[in-house]
Design a protein. Structure first.
Length: 66
């Protein structure tokens, strides 16, 4: 997924899959499931915002996350 990823209402059940994102994440929901959200391939530090809960969040990027 290129660009920002916004989770604003409801929930995010990943179904055991990996959601790959190379941008920022705004999360206001509960992430659940056996899969993960993978942050990778960004051009700068990934920005995480919101009060959401992550089940499994993985960072694989030399720029890091803030």
């Amino acid at each position: 997924m290129a660009g920002a990823f916004s989770l604003s209402s409801g929930s995010f059940a990943d179904g055991g899959f990996t959601a790959t994102n190379n941008g920022d994440i705004a999360n206001a929901v509960i992430h659940s499931g056996a899969g993960k959200i993978l942050l990778t391939g960004g051009a700068a530090e990934h920005q995480l915002s919101g009060a959401g809960i992550y089940q499994n969040l993985e960072l694989d990027d030399p720029f890091g996350a803030g």
